[in-house]
Design a protein around this ligand. Sequence first.
Ligand code: FES
Length: 86
Amino acid sequence: MNKHRIEICLGSSCFIRGNNQFLTVIKDFMERTGIQKQVEVIGRLCEGNCKKGPVILIDGQSYQNLQLDSLEKLLIDLKERIKEKT
Ligand code: FES
């Protein structure tokens, strides 16, 4: 089974703009919903999109200017995609 992948920018700009908090939010969400075995979370280096940060990629799709509510919506969508397959 292919794992889904969340890539979280750990560059200083994204980190300060929200990814420090979002890292915890993502981990908590995965534990709470039981999808941690289907999702790999990795850090990535800054790729120069700092002004559009915080940047997070989910399955290769880049999301920028994320807020807590928009991140939660993305995580719920991911969980639903995983549950549809199982
Ligand atoms: S710090 Fe995230 S894109 Fe630059």
